[in-house]
Design a protein around this ligand. Structure first.
Ligand SMILES: [Zn+2]
Length: 380
């Protein structure tokens, strides 16, 4: 299913190919997030034209709305949203622990109240796998417990124990035809817990492995540490996915540490407050300095927005709340994230990744305001 094609000689970066029921995914890959069966503001044709290979859907949200009966009647998520390329679905574990009100952890899952109307719901390994089977995603995630980054050691340990027990249950439950199932490593920034969790999951022989418990509000050095504490214990011949990450610079740092797959809501979320990413950092397009700036968002960018519109025009659209403004920023940002992955793959194939990585990081100014994407709101 996953073919490791090449490992960079100077970093730990990997070039790979993941084969799923709806097609092949070249890695490293960025996966646009379609929480509610839609990548916000973008349609499937645009996504394909930008080079999207795989998108995300979400168990927790889609189970609440439109609900399983509708999704079953539609013939699954691919049919429902008219997307015929691969889909990965998150298990809902993250949302249950971050969004849901009044939850009670039970041996077989979590009792909670819907964030929407307070109605009582239950989600555990059995339910999460049944929903993902009905959605018919190409990659299903196990149901895990994702504690906050500052949870005490005892809570982190209990979360790892439950995550492992639930992972085994998920592995043994029925799947959709050709569906892959990935395990999720928890353990916070505790080295021993990360190692134990990773090794136990690897012994269960999943199709791939995610590093969870990152992008939960932790400072960036702690996030990088969690990845470094986990990656050495994951098998080379399986795909590795860092959940909910990151900015362009963070994704580059993680590729260099051996991560293959990323999902992040930043490109479409920051577009809604007028922020455009570039290869040198983020731009607040609403700023007065762009009032008469008739250059594209980023010189040399091949996206539809940069080919057709100026900063001055986009700034105007955003300031008068025209939908086109936020759509075009979403187009540019998503295109950039996808293009960075394509560039990384090209440099990996050519043996020049290390130079590309060093130059990228040196030229990029991080913006503190917009980190920790996975932690916020209702998007995932
Ligand atoms: Zn562009």
């Amino acid at each position: 299913m996953f073919k490791l094609l090449k490992i960079d000689t100077h970093t730990k970066a990997r070039l790979g190919r993941l084969t799923t029921a709806h097609g092949v995914v070249d890695t490293p890959v960025y996966m646009p997030v379609g929480t509610q069966a839609s990548v916000k503001a973008l349609d499937p044709r645009e996504l394909r034209e930008m080079g999207t290979q795989i998108i995300l859907g979400n168990t927790y949200h889609l189970n609440i709305r439109p609900g399983l009966d509708i999704l079953r009647a539609a013939g699954g998520l691919h049919q429902f949203m008219n997307w015929n390329l691969p889909i990965l679905t998150d298990s809902g574990g993250f949302q249950v622990f971050s969004l849901a009100k009044i939850r009670k952890i039970k041996p077989h899952g979590v009792e909670f109240r819907s964030h929407l109307d307070g109605s009582p719901l239950f989600l555990g390994p059995k339910e999460a796998m049944e929903i993902q089977r009905t959605l018919g995603s190409d990659i299903a995630m196990v149901f895990d417990e994702c504690p906050p980054h500052d949870a005490p050691a005892r809570e982190q340990r209990l979360a790892v124990e439950r995550t492992l027990r639930w992972a085994r249950e998920c592995r043994d439950l029925p799947r959709a035809h050709g569906q892959l199932v990935f395990g999720i490593v928890q353990g916070g920034s505790n080295a021993a817990l990360r190692e134990e969790c990773a090794k136990s999951l690897v012994a269960m022989d999943f199709d791939g492995y995610a590093i969870g418990g990152v992008s939960v509000g932790e400072p960036e050095p702690e996030m990088l540490k969690a990845i470094e504490l986990t990656a050495p214990f994951l098998p080379a011949h399986k795909a590795r996915y860092a959940m909910g990450l990151g900015t362009p610079a963070q994704m580059m740092e993680l590729i260099a540490r051996g991560v293959d797959m990323f999902d992040c809501v930043l490109p479409t979320r920051v577009a809604r407050n007028g922020t455009a990413y570039t290869r040198r950092g983020a731009l607040g397009i609403k700023g007065g300095s762009y009032k008469a700036d008739f250059r594209p968002i980023e010189e040399g960018c091949a996206c539809f927005a940069c080919k057709h519109f100026t900063r001055a025009y986009l700034r105007h659209l955003l300031n008068v709340n025209e939908i086109l403004g936020l759509r075009m920023l979403s187009v540019h940002n998503t295109h950039l994230f996808l293009q960075l992955m394509a560039d990384a793959r090209t440099h990996l194939a050519a043996g020049t990744f290390a130079d590309f990585y060093r130059e990228f990081i040196a030229g990029y100014t991080p913006s503190r305001r917009i980190l920790s994407a996975r932690n916020a709101e209702l998007e995932r």
